[in-house]
Design a protein around this ligand. Structure first.
Ligand SMILES: *[C@@H]1O[C@H](CO)[C@@H](O)[C@H](O)[C@H]1NC(C)=O
Ligand SMILES: *[C@@H]1O[C@H](CO)[C@@H](O)[C@H](O)[C@H]1NC(C)=O
Ligand SMILES: *[C@@H]1O[C@H](CO)[C@@H](O)[C@H](O)[C@H]1NC(C)=O
Ligand SMILES: *[C@@H]1O[C@H](CO)[C@@H](O)[C@H](O)[C@H]1NC(C)=O
Length: 416
């Protein structure tokens, strides 16, 4: 009974005084949040008018504070200085005694002490103001996971994890999963201090997935790192293997080049042997292109020519002209196939000569046929020398000695 009476007395005695309060001494919000700082006031009766003032200061005794806003209830105006214009507003309900401050997009600069003051005419006793500290928190930024040291058998490495931001300072924790992605208990040799996970005496079993979580009271973020422990010799071994392979490749290439050179030289030697074995006319010798087939052909043509020389002069000229034409063509195109065509063309030329022969002399078809057969043989020889085995016909022809000791184009004509 005494307690109730005394309580009633206290309530009665305070009823005539203004009481302003901010419920908590400290408020925590994340950076970027839109916040409301509550301020309650209990007036003495229904106030005719009220002035609400929110200020902010660093909490030191000498800081006069900065005005955030001032509200005058009699005119309904709220005055916000430029520094807080657009960010600060008042949630006012005079009947319920509420004068909350709304602040949007708070930053680390808002880490200060906020004060709420209520002025009511003729009600200037009691608690006229209260204040609270705003703690602006920063979520941990996504941490960066990194490896320090060489991930080789027997080595020690550090896995580091660091968030660039975070207020309060984040705490870090590591989790491990093996290569089959199943959670793994912490190896007793590892240590985890301040975001650094130290792994000692690495082995193949240390390989796996490591996740670091950076966490403070408002949020957490994580990063992953994959650790692959290799034998120390592998990096050296693989580079040695690459070098060895390169050297082997070079050797093979050198061998191929060498073989090619040898073949070419042998062919050239052969060709020179043929060329020297045959008497050559200066004009033709000078025009000779390099190549066995050419030399042999020109020799044949020479012999043709000397043979013709003994015969009709007109025909001779003609044949020489034809031969020259053939020679020119060969010089301009050195492919074997082309030479083959030229061969055939020279065959036609021969045939043309034959017709001329027929016209001027008694040469007949048998002769011509002989010529053609010999031409075929000549072509066959040519093929043998230039290593061409791709023509299916002429199989029946017997292999002929190289070079043929007898001119094979027009010898039968000598018999006439
Ligand atoms: C805060 O309010 C601003 C408008 O004042 C709005 O654009 C923003 O999205 C709000 N932020 C949050 C976290 O609610
Ligand atoms: C790992 O970190 C510890 C200290 O945290 C340091 O003494 C050690 O040298 C580091 N090891 C490597 C491989 O960086
Ligand atoms: C490292 O581990 C191997 C087996 O993985 C063990 O034989 C060796 O004694 C260890 N070395 C140290 C210094 O612990
Ligand atoms: C880490 O890896 C796990 C699975 O391997 C995945 O679920 C998670 O999202 C990853 N975390 C990050 C931050 O990349």
């Amino acid at each position: 009974m005494v307690v109730v009476v005394s309580l009633c007395f206290v309530v009665f005695s305070l009823a005539g005084a203004l009481k302003v309060s901010i419920p908590k001494p400290e408020y925590e919000f994340a950076r970027g949040d839109n916040i409301t700082l509550p301020c309650d006031f209990l007036p003495n009766g229904k106030p005719p008018s009220v002035i609400i003032i929110w200020t902010v200061d660093l909490g030191g005794p000498n800081d006069p504070g900065t005005m955030i806003l001032t509200h005058y209830s009699y005119s309904g105006e709220t005055d916000v200085p430029p520094l807080y214009e657009g960010r600060a507003s008042l949630a006012l309900d005079i009947a319920k005694g509420k004068a909350d401050l709304k602040l949007s997009s708070i930053t680390l600069q808002d880490n200060k002490v906020f004060s709420c003051r209520v002025q009511i005419p003729r009600d200037d006793e009691g608690t006229l103001a209260d204040s609270a500290r705003l703690v602006v928190l920063v979520a941990p930024s996504k941490p960066v996971c990194a490896l320090q040291g060489k991930a080789e058998y027997g080595q020690n490495v550090n896995l580091t994890c660091l968030s660039a931001e975070g207020s309060p300072t984040p705490v870090y924790s590591w989790e491990q999963r093996d290569v089959r992605n199943t959670p793994r208990l912490r190896d007793p040799r590892t240590t985890d201090r301040g975001g650094i996970l130290s792994l000692y005496n690495l082995s193949m079993d240390t390989s796996g997935y490591f996740t670091c979580t950076s966490k403070n009271k408002i949020r957490s973020a994580a990063c992953n790192i994959t650790l692959t422990v290799l034998p120390p010799s592998l990096s050296l071994g693989s580079s040695a293997g690459i070098i060895g392979g390169g050297i082997a490749l070079l050797l093979v290439l050198a061998l191929i080049v060498l073989i090619c050179c040898c073949c070419k030289k042998r062919k050239q030697r052969e060709a020179e042997k043929y060329a020297m074995a045959t008497p050559e006319e200066g004009a033709f010798a000078d025009k000779e292109p390099i190549g066995t087939g050419k030399r042999r052909d020109s020799r044949d043509e020479e012999e043709e020519r000397s043979e013709y020389d003994r015969r009709v002069v007109n025909d001779d000229r003609r044949v020489v002209n034809d031969d020259r034409r053939v020679d020119d063509d060969r010089r301009s195109d050195h492919t074997a196939r082309r030479s083959d065509y030229d061969d055939r063309r020279s065959d036609f030329d021969d045939r043309r000569s034959d017709y001329d022969d027929r016209r001027s002399e008694y040469s007949d078809r048998r002769d011509d046929r002989d010529d053609r057969r010999r031409d075929d043989r000549r072509r066959d020889d040519y093929r043998n020398e230039s290593d061409r085995y791709d023509e299916p016909y002429d199989d029946a022809e017997p292999a002929r000695p190289k070079p043929p000791s007898v001119p094979n184009n027009k010898p039968p004509r000598d018999t006439y």
